[in-house]
Design a protein around this ligand. Structure first.
Ligand code: PEP
Length: 242
């Protein structure tokens, strides 16, 4: 089963127009389509997709590391679950930039699982780390700090490998690099958790770059930012996963 995740970030999307132009009929049953709208649109999108686009699953873009209580301005995984989300992104580089540390991210992955949400854990090196040959060190560090201490992963966790320099840059990573990193991630997960997890790639995926990226062994789908705002382009990306 492949995953195709749309991260709409903080962009305005007209749900009716987007859904009208997103033709699920041409998308294989073997692809799980997950959409991450802003928090305020989750309920509405869930309602609309339940009527016309049943195969679409909904994800939050983040969640609180706490389940309930005096945490002003936070949104709990339970609340997200109650309004139709079944996934949540955790540790996106744009959230890490706003000060989320490794311990918080670990707690968020655990909280998502406790709330019956599948976490989409984002990891990846920045340009400086890549240039200095420190990709492996960074990936090991993030998996060790953000994932491996967790024990009960029965619902599974989706890993999104998102090299920071590829996000929003218009330039996806080279296949050789992606293949090396995907082997590294899968081996580390198998060695430390004794199981496999789904691995998607994110960073300037378009219908054009997807054709090539989809050839990489070990990549089980894509997390798409900018290009997912265009429903036809997003549907074309799905074609490359078939
Ligand atoms: C992202 O925000 O996770 C992302 C992959 O963005 P883009 O596709 O625009 O690079």
């Amino acid at each position: 089963m492949k995953h195709l995740v749309a991260n709409w970030k903080m962009n305005f999307v007209n749900l009716d127009v987007w859904l009208k132009d997103f033709d699920l009929n041409n998308i294989s049953e073997e692809i799980k389509v997950v959409i991450c709208p802003n928090y305020l649109d989750i309920k509405d999108l869930y309602k609309k997709t339940s009527e016309t686009h049943k195969k679409i699953l909904i994800s939050a873009q983040n969640l609180s590391s706490e389940t309930e209580g005096a945490f002003t301005g936070q949104i709990s995984g339970k609340m997200l679950r109650n309004i139709g989300a079944s996934y949540s992104i955790v540790g996106h580089s744009e959230s890490r930039l706003q000060g989320e540390d490794d311990e918080t991210i670990l707690n968020k992955v655990q909280t998502a699982l406790d709330c019956d949400l599948i976490p989409i854990l984002c990891i990846g090196e920045n340009q400086d780390e890549y240039s200095k040959g420190r990709t492996e060190k960074k990936i090991k560090h993030q998996l060790t700090e953000n994932l491996f201490p967790l024990k009960n992963l029965s619902n599974g966790v989706l890993i999104a490998y998102e090299p920071i320099y590829a996000i929003g840059s218009g330039i996806a990573v080279q296949n050789e690099h992606l293949e090396e990193v995907s082997i590294l991630i899968k081996d580390l997960i198998r060695d430390n958790l004794g199981r496999d997890l789904t691995l998607v790639y994110g960073g300037s995926v378009t219908s054009e770059s997807a054709k090539n990226l989809a050839k990489v062994d070990g990549i089980d789908g894509f997390l798409v930012g900018n290009a997912s705002l265009d429903p036809k382009e997003f549907a074309n990306i799905a074609q490359s996963l078939e």
